[in-house]
Design a protein around this ligand. Structure first.
Ligand code: 5AD
Ligand code: FES
Length: 359
């Protein structure tokens, strides 16, 4: 079937999705154009910001791809003080970001749970509840998710990483700490509690096929999530998955595939929030802009104090590690204006899909 015919179908089936993900040359251009037009029609040219606070790199897990896995003894571990977190949040407020995202390695001890509850409540006080709060703190019990929700967090990111159970266990150890069904259950809990729930996958993983990626997109649709984050897999030399670094597609190919994933998902779920992940920018200096032009509408500028950023290297050569938060800020406006987009300041920037579903 010609690509134009697939692109005009109201409902994409798995075979259509696979064809689109394999598109090259002129066909690929038609796909990206259609995704941009779809985004502009549903969400305008607005980009929402979430100030990213990398709270701590202390992690109890050892995912096979992740640079801050607890078994990587080369990493200097840190945790921001309450004052440092609040300074980041104040900066987000001052810069008009509208929302912050608190991310950390995974811990589920009581001290951590209480601390996060406290920090969420404190951030909520800034400007009388002005800031939207997204959490990205891994797998927790439903009770913990509920506590943080009641404290004032309203969005949660938990990538499924791969919706194919077999592939999941190729990139995670097969043990009780890294249970695929547990992760699925967490996503269901978040949806049930009423979080705007975000999930996502890495693109270009070893052993990953177009069939897997098409299933990932269908998984997002089936779960009817409000937000999705997808970025190219970047092999980290101090992780077990690095051994396959020469068996995966090139960085350029992983980037292209990520853009196609974003574009196809924009056609399938026109009103969700989709992030232009930092991993895109790491692989390609224009990666973030390319992701926006392929259908993404959210950017997460890093607000973590510079001295800690080099310790939060989930993957190597992370973009913006040396940028000052304020510099990121002015550079963003200019970069986005150059591609006909604009930041919507002082707004929470909730997912339109979520708002409609719950109104
Ligand atoms: N390359 C790309 N993305 C990665 N992540 C973790 N490690 C890597 C890597 N090596 C992503 C995961 C995780 C998110 C916080 O970062 O998808 O959910
Ligand atoms: Fe920390 Fe996977 S290594 S959550």
């Amino acid at each position: 079937m010609p690509i134009t015919e697939i692109l005009s179908k109201p409902l994409l089936e798995k075979e259509d999705i696979k064809t689109l993900l394999a598109a090259k040359g002129e066909d690929k251009k038609l796909l990206l154009d259609k995704a941009l037009q779809t985004k502009l029609a549903y969400l305008d040219n607005h980009v929402h910001l979430r100030g990213l606070i990398e709270y701590s790199n202390i992690c109890t897990k050892y995912c096979l791809y992740c640079g801050v896995r607890c078994k990587n003894i080369k990493v200097t571990r840190y945790q921001l003080t309450d004052e440092e977190v609040m300074e980041c949040a104040q900066l987000a407020y001052k810069l008009g970001y509208g929302s912050v995202a608190l991310q950390s390695g995974e811990r589920s001890d009581k001290t951590f749970i209480d601390k996060i509850t406290y920090l969420v409540q404190e951030i909520k006080k800034i400007g009388n509840g002005s800031l939207g709060i997204t959490l990205s703190l891994g797998e927790q019990t439903e009770e913990t998710y509920r506590r943080w929700f009641e404290a004032g967090a309203h969005r949660y990111l938990l990538r499924i990483e791969s919706s194919n159970e077999d592939l999941y266990y190729k990139i995670h150890p097969r043990d009780a700490k890294h249970d695929f069904h547990q992760r699925l259950a967490c996503i269901d809990s978040l949806l049930k509690i009423g979080y705007q729930t975000g999930t996502g996958v890495m693109v270009g993983l070893p052993f990953q096929t177009l069939d897997d990626l098409a299933d990932d997109l269908l998984f997002f649709k089936e779960k009817d999530v409000a937000m999705v984050g997808m970025g190219p897999f970047i092999p980290h030399p101090d992780t077990p998955l690095y051994q396959y670094a020469d068996q995966i597609p090139s960085a350029q190919e992983r980037m292209e595939l990520t853009l196609k994933m974003i574009a196809v998902l924009r056609l399938m779920m026109p009103e969700i929030n989709m992030v232009a992940a930092t991993a895109n920018q790491t692989v390609d200096p224009q990666g973030r802009e390319k992701a926006i032009l392929a259908g993404a509408n959210v950017i997460m500028p890093n607000l973590t104090p510079n001295e800690f950023r080099e310790n939060y290297l989930i993957y190597p050569d992370k973009a913006c590690v040396n940028d000052k938060p304020d510099e990121c800020h002015s550079c963003l406006d200019i970069r986005l204006a150059a591609i006909g987009h604009k930041v919507l300041y002082n707004a929470w920037g909730d997912s339109v899909a979520f708002t409609k579903k719950h109104s």
